[in-house]
Design a protein around this ligand. Structure first.
Ligand SMILES: [Zn+2]
Length: 90
């Protein structure tokens, strides 16, 4: 199965997180090895649930890093990292 994210893109994300001073020390179990989730997350936002779940509305696109020991998952908004709308995206 193909990876969703190419290695070069993961490398760019790692560099950006390092640049921002993100700690790779797990706040839950104390281990210090995180792996990058193999794909972006989109977190849909909506004002309520009266009309059920709404897909395709506003969302917060993120990349997640996952503790390789306990699975604790930390999400980082791509917009804040400056990683949205990259010109090399098809
Ligand atoms: Zn952990």
């Amino acid at each position: 199965m193909d990876n969703l994210l190419p290695e070069s893109e993961k490398q760019k994300i790692i560099e950006k997180l390092n640049e921002k001073g993100v700690k790779t020390h797990c706040p839950m179990c104390g281990h210090n090895n995180f792996i990058i989730a193999d794909g972006y997350f989109t977190n849909p936002m909506q004002s309520g649930f009266q009309g059920g779940l709404v897909l395709g509305g506003p969302s917060i696109p993120t990349i997640a890093i996952v503790c390789s020991n306990c699975g604790f998952t930390s999400q980082h908004a791509l917009g804040v990292l400056g990683l949205l709308n990259q010109p090399d995206k098809k």
